[in-house]
Every structure is written in C-alpha cells, then in structure tokens.
Design a protein around this ligand. Sequence first.
Ligand SMILES: Cc1ncc(COP(=O)(O)O)c(C=O)c1O
Length: 363
Amino acid sequence: MKINFNDLKIQNKLIRSSIISNFKKTFDSTKFILGPEVELLEKKLAEYTSSKYCLTTSSGTDSLLISLMALGIKKGDEVITTSFTFVSTAEVISRLGAKIIFADISREDYNIDVDSLKNKLTNKTKAIIVVSLFGQTANFRRIKNVVKKIPIIEDGAQSFGSSHYGIKSCNLSLIGCTSFFPSKSLGCYGDGGAIFTNNKKIFKKMKMIRQHGQIKKYDYRLLGISARLDTLQAIVLLEKIKLLDAEISKRKKIFNHYYTNLSKINGIQINNIKKGNKSNYSVLSILVKKNRSKFIKYLKKNKIPTTIYYPKPLDTFKIFNKTKKITPISLEISKKILSLPMSAYLSKSKQEYIISKIKQYFL
Ligand SMILES: Cc1ncc(COP(=O)(O)O)c(C=O)c1O
C-alpha cells in the first residue's frame, strides 16, 4: 500500500483531458500572458469569495509583497505578524526594509494570539499580516475589535475555501492573499497566487504594481514588479475551482474520522475546528506530546509519510531577529507539531491503516 502525503495524481486524472484541450487553444492563440482565461478566473475567484476585486499573481509571496507595496510600507515601519508560519509572510516585510514585530500564537488553532497582537501595537504599526494556518482562519472577529484603523492583510495561502462566521477567507480584511502552489486547497501546475479586496483604490494600485507600475503600456506611474499569473495556470485553476467545494467536503469527512479516533489517544493532541470557522481541511496537524522524532521514525518504518510545519519559528532565524525566543508558544508548538497524510482522495482503507498504526504505537 503506497500512501502519499498529498495525493495530486488522482485529481490530475479527473481534469487532464479538459485542461489539455484548453491548453491547445492557448497554444494556437499564443496569448500566454494575461489571456482571456486570466480575467475569467479573476471574476470566478472574486465571486467565490464575494470580494469586489480579485487580482491573480505569480505566487502567494508576490501577493503579499504587492499588498504591502500598495499600502506604502517602507523602512522604519512596523508590521506585526506571527512567527509560526511559512517564511514568505515575514520575508516580504523585511524585503521592503520594514521591521517585523512577531506576535505569538494560540494553542487552539496555531493562529495569531489576539492578546499578544494587542500588546505589540505601537504608533509605528503600519500593517498587520494575519495568517490563517492549516485551513482555519484566524479569529478575525476579535482581531477587528482590537485593531480598528491599521490595515490588515490576511495571508490565506492555506485557507482558500475556508470561512469565518460565514465570510470566506481572503475577504475577511482590507486585503486577502492566497497561493496556488500545487499542494494548496486550490493549486495550479506551477506557481501562482491571488489578491482580494473590496477597495477600488487599493485594487487599482495593486494592479499597476503587478505589472511594472504601469497604468498602460510603457506608461509607468509607480515602482512595480513583474508578477502576473500565466494563462496556462489560469486554465488549470478554472478546472480545479470546479472541484474545490466537493474536495473540501471529502476532506471534512476524513478530518472527522481522524478526530474521532485520535482525540482518544493520550500521547497526542488533535484540535477540533473552532466555533464560527469552516475549515478547508487542507493540512491535518497534531501535537506529539513526547519524543516526536521516535514517532516519526515508527511511522516512516510503516510507510506513513509525515511533514513538520514548521520545525522552527521564524523569530529564531538570524535573518529576522536579534533578540531570540520572543514567541515561546510558537517555539513549544514547533517542537511537537506533526502533519499526517491528508487528501480528498485518501481512501478509507489507507486512513484506517494510518489510524490503526498510530493506535498501536500509543496504546
Ligand atoms: C502561510 C503561507 N504564506 C505564504 C506562502 C507563499 O506562497 P507561494 O509559495 O505561492 O509563494 C505559503 C506557501 O507555502 C504559505 O503557506
């Protein structure tokens, strides 16, 4: 029995022929950059999240960078985010010369701890990047009560398709960013991303920044970058978005089955989805209370792949920080966290096998 951490091959088979036939149309038209499919995709993505505007981009990282650039973030500004996230979230802040202020996370969902965030606010805070990790949106309801005027960017790279009190991820704050990296809940066949907003002025600015700061061809009004989504990737995403909700439902069943079985085991901790949240169940993370490396070795011996998201909080890296260990909960979680195989196409028998091996280890 071969278990994959994230099974994309089955999904590929379902959409292969329509993607290839649409690729052929683009090969003939040669509209590889900003072809009609890109605009159509932006329309569909905006509809999906009920956002007024959507701008596709070359990656989740560039989406975050463009958002900060549009907000005018510069040297001397402070931008708050968490240390328990993928490197991009912090990297883009430093890239613009601003100072990253790391807040700690909540043990319930590993997202930003609202009290920690509150403590980090100063008159230099110019933006906040709130990450919605592992498919669950952060506590935006509370965050918006605490933060009234400072612009909030949601890093929804892992939460596309999720919602918070009925509002879709990426439409929970001034700007929402996502990634179409292949393993994401909506992934393409390469790099890609998108930005969402309801603010026309910011949207127009971001659109210019995405393409060299130009307002029209060869008329540059802002310092920009080159960060467009390819037409071929848009074609892939237009097919995959049709599967998105059904795949989330499938993963929900798989999550519930894991939860029912694993929550009874003493040696591990699995968190349930928080009130008000609908997850996309893209990543299944548990905490291993003792000796994680021994457990990983055991699973590996039994051909069960695992991944650690994330082995080190970002504030422990020299490139981001000079005063170490400022987020103790992130540090503690990073030593215990472990992600198990999760996919809409994980068969019942494979999941039963994984659960039985985990039970054997702990019971
Ligand atoms: C939380 C988070 N932010 C940002 C990114 C960056 O996205 P991309 O790889 O598309 O640049 C990722 C992707 O892994 C992510 O998980």
